[in-house]
Ligand binder design. Structure first.
Ligand code: NAD
Length: 298
């Protein structure tokens, strides 16, 4: 159910700021109790411009809320075993609460092996199989930041997902699959359909959606014809499209054709200024959670 009086735009900037303010207040209480500030260690391999920008954003957000960070920047030709050695050292380092390895990794490194090597109690991305299993079972330790952020955006915007037909476009391990699980939980109670690149008639599914989440990585490919009147539309996609009028030569767009879909949607998230900012904010929440878990000795 959607609240007809609520503003149409779900503003990621405002909501993410609210989350950061809450995390900062909780960290102040935490340090007032005599604990050291939470510590997040990030590992970045190579010089993927988008990954570097993501890590810089995470460092900036962390500093704002009182989380200490350290980024290990390794050369693109770093061997898998050297990367695993670093991960094992950070796993064993008691000063490190949260640990993440920025994806994607260079082709010669097997991402799954690296994800599996992260200590699940420090795995603030929530990608380790133990944490994904806990999520599936309904007893999560860390919820991956993007689906976690989407659930927060919905609840903070008073979107009641109970009984909704939710259609998630995209079945990745970091967005589509965990989000589908969160929407299925008894706390959300949506009826969930997950679509993907082999879905036969995508529009037939998306048109049925009360809640449509686009996470396919295809620029502006959900248009107004694919959306029913009054739907809540969450755009996860971050796609670069060429734009000679900008200084960088490109601009960022979502998976949703915003101008076409906005008139029909009851609520909609923009790109930029939507899910991406909430994703960053939820990582901070997970890092505080990591510090608490470490203090409890679990
Ligand atoms: P991915 O490439 O791992 O998965 C994409 C999924 O979309 C696949 O399951 C594929 O089957 C499906 N898909 C692709 N084309 C499709 C089509 N035409 N019709 C239906 N399904 C299709 O991607 P991902 O890592 O889940 O990321 C998806 C998008 O979300 C990307 O644009 C990525 O940059 C963005 N992203 C944003 C955030 C954020 O914080 N906002 C976080 C993670 C990813």
């Amino acid at each position: 159910m959607t609240d007809a009086t609520a503003p149409k735009l779900i503003d990621g900037r405002e909501l993410a700021q609210a989350v950061r303010d809450e995390v900062r207040a909780a960290i102040n209480d935490w340090t007032d109790e005599g604990h050291r500030p939470p510590f997040l260690s990030a590992v970045l391999v190579g010089d993927n411009a988008a990954s570097e920008a993501y890590v810089r954003g995470k460092e900036k957000d962390a500093a704002e809320v009182g989380i200490d960070t350290n980024t290990h920047h390794l050369d693109a030709d770093t061997s898998q075993s050297a990367l695993l050695d670093l991960v094992h050292n950070l796993n064993a380092d008691p000063s490190v609460d949260g640990l993440l390895v920025q994806l994607p990794l260079p082709d010669h490194i097997d991402e799954q092996t690296v994800i599996d090597a992260v200590d699940p109690s420090k795995d603030v991305d929530g990608f380790h199989p133990e944490n994904l299993g806990r999520l599936l079972r309904g007893t999560p330790r860390y919820i991956p930041a993007t689906p976690y952020g989407i659930m927060e955006m919905l609840s903070r915007s008073n979107v009641d997902t109970e009984g909704m037909d939710a259609v998630v476009v995209g079945r990745s391990n970091i967005v589509g699959k965990p989000l589908a699980n969160l929407l299925l939980r008894r706390t959300a109670n949506a009826t969930v359909t997950v679509c993907h690149s082999r879905t036969r008639d995508l529009a037939a599914h998306t048109r049925r959606a009360d809640l449509l989440v686009a996470a396919a990585g295809q620029a502006a490919f959900i248009d107004g014809d694919m959306v029913t009147e009054g739907a809540v539309v969450i755009d996860v996609g971050i796609n670069r499209v060429e734009d000679a009028s900008t200084e960088r030569g490109y601009r960022l767009v979502g998976d949703v054709d915003f101008d076409d879909v906005r008139p029909k949607a009851a609520r909609i998230t923009p790109v930029p200024g939507g899910v991406g900012l909430m994703t960053r904010a939820m990582l901070l929440k997970n890092t505080l959670q990591a510090a608490r878990l470490r203090a409890e000795g679990s």
